[in-house]
Design a protein around this ligand. Structure first.
Ligand SMILES: [Zn+2]
Length: 311
């Protein structure tokens, strides 16, 4: 009885918060104590810092995105050995995953075949971790989830493989909706027996259902789901070019179509509470290739909201 009451109280708290239930888990996870979001620690946010013949703009930190400028005459740039496309003006995009190691190597190959290599120091972050030692990680086996999920993942992966040539990566990103940040990027729960849940892959903005959702930067729609996905609900993905894309989740309605070019600030959808959620909110994920990026580092402080301070 006591346990049941605690369950209900927890559910009420979570419903009021309105956040994602972490991806990768089957549905119907028991309610857990509310995670209070705290801003990430200070990070170097650099206006075009020169590093040898390169220069970089952005945050050299886990979950950070950098716009680089290659040395004059560079034909190719690579990050840790992987080729990175370079625009005609020498600019390129690289980013560091939430769990990126302490260093990365950037190499440019110049016209005459000479190479220039620089080592970047990636600052570590302290993530918002909640320890829920009494709760199991997988409370209920979900055969229906296992059956339906692979096709959704394939659709998402196919969207990410598209290269649309969009130019939004050059722009300053804006928040797709304005509100209190209810769950920070990178937050994670540790369950009974020390089992870790998936970390939160984006930023949750607490907005009521029906709030207009705007394109955070120019891009091309690479996925506009025609039905709610199990976790993401109605999902809209926008490619910003150079391997950088946004995913906007739990929408009530999408007003753009696949293949459509969108402008920064354009109305693309309305927020909602579809998919695996505890209440209405907007979840915004940013990825560069396979690296998950912190939207707060890219879009900056939430306008008009005190809580979301710039790292
Ligand atoms: Zn979320």
């Amino acid at each position: 009885m006591r346990r049941a009451r605690r369950w209900v109280l927890g559910l009420v708290a979570l419903t009021a918060l309105g956040s994602c239930v972490e991806p990768g888990l089957p549905p119907a996870a028991p309610p857990a104590p509310v995670v209070v979001a705290t801003p990430p620690p200070p990070a170097p946010r650099m206006p075009a810092v020169p590093l040898g013949d390169f220069s970089f703009q952005g945050s050299m930190i886990q979950g950070g995105l950098l716009i680089g400028t290659a040395p004059t005459g560079a034909r190719h740039v690579s990050l840790n050995g992987d080729e990175v496309p370079v625009a005609p003006d020498g600019r390129f995009v690289i980013a560091f995953d939430r769990d990126a190691g302490p260093a990365a190597t950037v190499t440019a190959t110049l016209d005459e075949g000479r190479t220039v290599t620089r080592t970047l120091t990636i600052n570590p972050r302290a993530w918002n971790i909640s320890r829920l030692s009494t709760l199991p990680k997988y409370p209920v086996p979900m055969p229906e989830f296992e059956k339906l999920r692979p096709a959704e993942i394939e659709q998402i992966n196919a969207a990410r493989r598209q290269d649309t040539g969009a130019m939004g990566w050059r722009q300053p990103f804006m928040w797709p909706a304005t509100g209190r940040i209810s769950t920070l990027f990178g937050s994670q729960r540790i369950y009974r027996n020390g089992e870790a849940g998936s970390y939160h892959s984006g930023t949750d903005v607490a907005v009521p259902a029906g709030t207009p959702v705007l394109a955070p930067a120019d891009g091309v729609v690479i996925l506009a789901s025609d039905h709610p996905f199990l976790l993401e609900g109605n999902l809209l993905m926008i490619d910003h070019g150079m391997g950088l894309n946004s995913a906007l989740m739990h929408l009530s309605r999408i007003v753009v179509t696949q293949g459509q070019a969108v402008k920064r600030g354009q109305l693309v959808a309305y927020s909602g509470a579809t998919g695996r959620v505890t209440g209405a909110h907007l979840h915004w994920s940013l990825r560069w290739r396979n690296a998950k990026i912190d939207p707060l580092l890219v879009a900056g402080a939430m306008p008009g909201i005190k809580q979301a301070q710039l790292p």
